[in-house]
Design a protein around this ligand. Structure first.
Ligand SMILES: [Zn+2]
Length: 59
């Protein structure tokens, strides 16, 4: 039984996708208020690379 290894290979396993347009996103530095929140709940802030979309938020 052979497994299609290429099909399971995900480029950039920690790469998040935009929830709106599913484009790749850039991880951006947290703001001060986010840093305060991070003390209680670890969050990552992302911004969509699509100019037309421009989604930004915490995931
Ligand atoms: Zn987007």
């Amino acid at each position: 039984m052979s497994m299609p290894s290429i099909a399971n290979l995900e480029p950039g396993r920690d790469a998040k996708r935009c929830p709106v347009c599913h484009s790749s996103m850039n991880r951006i530095p947290r703001r001060l208020v986010d840093f305060a929140l991070c003390l209680f709940k670890p969050i990552q802030r992302y911004r969509c690379r699509s100019i037309t979309c421009g989604w930004e938020g915490n995931l």
